[in-house]
Write a protein that binds this ligand. Structure first.
Ligand code: LLP
Length: 430
C-alpha cells in the first residue's frame, strides 16, 4: 500500500477536532485515556474489542440513563401530566428496556415481537402502547391477553377487529395523519397525507365517532408521529395545535422524531427545547406524551470494527474494508445516512478514506470520504452514533453473524446480547 497515492483532505477542509467530536457524537463522558485510546463508559475500547471481538455494538449505559432523565426532568420541571414512551423499535433489547423501565418510562411497541421483548425487559403491560398499521389478529390477541395499556388504532378495519377480539373495555388512542410534512428523508416521513399510517384528516372525525360509539373501546386520546431525525421544532407546534383542535381527550401523543448528531455538522435541538415546544402548544389539563427512540439511544452506542484490507485506487479513492457493513448498519444504504469514524487509538488524521463493508455488493459502503489516520489492517475502526436502528435493523446477509451488544458502565464491560454463532444460522432449519 502506498500512502502517498491516497487522496488527502484539502487544506481548508473543516474538520472537527477529535476532542470536539468526542463531546458531540459519542456517548456522554467518552474520553481519550492516558494511552490515547477511546474510552466509553469508563472502558478502553481496544480492550473491549479484544475481549468481545469485532464487529461489536458498544454502549455507554450512563448515556441512555442521562438522556432518559433529560426527558423526564424536562417534563417534570414544567408539568406533572406527561409520559415519556420509549419507541423500542430504535433498539429492541431487554437490557435497555430494563434501564428505561427503571427510569420510569413507558414503552411503544410496533409488533408482537417488540411487545414480547418489552414485557420480558420489565415494562409493566399497562405502560405499553401498541402501534402498527397492520397489527395481525394474533398480535392484537396477544396484546389483549397480556393487558397492554393502550392500543393505538390505525384503521377502520382494525377498530372492527379489536371490537371483535376484546372481551373487556380496551383503552385506545387514535392515530392521525395530520398532513404535516417534516423535513427529513422521505422514507422516514410519516405525517404527510400520502401515508400508509393512521387516519387522514378527512377520515379522523368518523373514526373518532366510531370509537366513541363503541361499548368495547375507550378512546383516551389522539396520536401522531410526523417522522424521524427532525431538526426543526416548528412542525411539532403545528401538530399540537391541530390535534388539540380535534377535541378534548385526556391524552395527547405527539410521537417521536427528535434528531440526534450523527456528524460534526449536525446540530439538533436539545431535549429541553423539544419538550418545551411540545408543552407550549398543548392545551392545559391534557397529559402530553412523546415517543423518543433515536434521541434516547442513538448517541449511546458506537460500532467497533476491525480493518481487514486497505485498497488504493490511485487518484480516485482509498477503500478501507471492515469486518461488518450493511448487515450491522443498513442506514447508509437505505437513507444515505452519514457517519463519522476514527481509529480507536489514533484519532483524527487527514487521509481521505471510504469505509467499505465486507458484503458482496458495491453499494455496501458505510462512509464515503472520511478523514482517518492512515488506516492499516488490524486497526480498530469506531463508528459513533450507531445506537439506534443499527442492532434493530441488523440482518444476516451473506450469512454474517449478527454482532454482540456490550454495555459499558463505570469501567465494567458486560455482554447483554451475545454474538450469533454459525449454529444460530441453521437453528431454524427443519
Ligand atoms: N413513534 C412512532 C409511531 C414511530 O413510528 C417512530 C419511528 C417513533 C415513535 C420513534 O422515532 P425516533 O424518535 O426514533 O425518530 N429506521 C429509520 C427510522 C424509522 C423510524 C420509524 N418510526 C432510521 O434508521 O432512521
Amino acid at each position: 500500500m502506498d500512502a502517498r497515492a491516497a487522496p488527502h483532505l484539502p487544506a481548508n477542509a473543516e474538520v472537527l477536532e477529535p476532542a470536539e467530536r468526542l463531546s458531540h457524537v459519542y456517548p456522554v463522558h467518552s474520553r481519550r485515556n492516558e494511552s490515547g485510546r477511546l474510552e466509553i463508559g469508563g472502558c478502553d475500547v481496544v480492550e473491549v474489542a479484544r475481549e468481545f471481538g469485532t464487529p461489536a455494538y458498544v454502549y455507554a449505559e450512563e448515556d441512555i440513563r442521562e438522556r432518559a432523565r433529560g426527558f423526564m426532568d424536562a417534563f417534570a420541571a414544567r408539568t406533572d401530566r406527561f409520559d415519556v414512551v420509549y419507541a423500542s423499535k430504535a433498539f429492541p433489547c431487554t437490557a435497555v428496556h430494563r434501564i428505561l423501565s427503571e427510569e420510569g418510562l413507558s414503552c411503544d411497541v410496533a409488533s408482537g415481537g417488540e411487545l414480547y421483548l418489552a414485557l420480558r425487559g420489565g415494562f409493566a403491560p399497562e405502560r405499553v402502547y401498541m402501534h402498527g398499521n397492520n397489527k395481525t389478529e394474533g398480535e392484537l390477541a396477544y396484546a389483549l391477553d397480556r393487558g397492554v395499556g393502550h392500543i393505538v388504532v390505525d384503521s377502520f378495519d382494525e377498530i372492527e377487529r379489536l371490537e371483535r377480539l376484546t372481551e373487556t373495555r380496551q383503552k385506545v388512542m387514535l392515530r392521525v395523519t395530520p398532513g404535516i410534512t417534516a423535513f427529513t428523508h422521505a422514507s422516514i416521513q410519516t405525517g404527510q397525507v400520502d401515508s400508509k399510517f393512521g387516519f387522514g384528516m378527512d377520515d379522523a372525525p368518523a373514526a373518532i365517532e366510531r370509537c366513541m360509539a363503541s361499548d368495547r373501546l375507550e378512546l383516551c386520546g389522539l396520536h401522531a408521529h410526523i417522522g424521524s431525525q427532525i431538526f426543526d421544532l416548528e412542525p411539532y407546534e403545528r401538530l399540537a395545535e391541530l390535534l388539540a383542535g380535534m377535541g378534548n381527550y385526556p391524552l395527547l401523543n405527539l410521537g417521536g422524531g427528535l434528531a440526534i448528531a450523527y456528524t460534526a455538522a449536525d446540530d439538533p435541538p436539545t431535549i429541553d427545547a423539544y419538550v418545551e415546544t411540545l408543552l407550549r402548544a398543548a392545551p392545559d389539563g391534557v397529559t402530553v406524551l412523546c415517543e423518543p427512540g433515536r434521541s434516547l439511544v442513538g448517541n449511546a452506542g458506537v460500532t467497533v470494527y476491525t480493518v481487514g484490507t486497505v485498497k488504493d485506487v490511485p487518484g480516485v479513492r482509498r477503500y478501507v474494508a471492515v469486518d461488518g457493513g450493511m448487515s450491522d448498519n443498513l442506514r447508509p444504504m437505505l437513507y444515505g445516512a452519514r457517519y463519522e469514524a476514527e481509529i480507536a487509538d489514533r484519532p483524527g488524521g487527514d487521509a481521505l478514506c471510504t469505509v467499505a463493508g465486507m458484503h458482496c455488493e458495491s453499494g455496501d459502503i458505510l462512509i464515503r470520504d472520511v478523514a482517518l489516520d492512515d488506516p492499516r489492517p488490524g486497526d480498530l475502526l469506531v463508528v459513533p452514533a450507531t445506537g439506534a436502528y443499527g442492532h434493530a435493523m441488523a440482518n444476516n446477509y451473506n450469512a454474517l453473524r449478527r454482532p454482540p451488544v456490550v454495555f459499558c458502565a463505570e469501567g465494567d464491560a458486560r455482554i447483554v446480547v451475545r454474538r450469533e454463532t454459525y449454529e444460530d444460522l441453521a437453528v431454524r432449519d427443519v
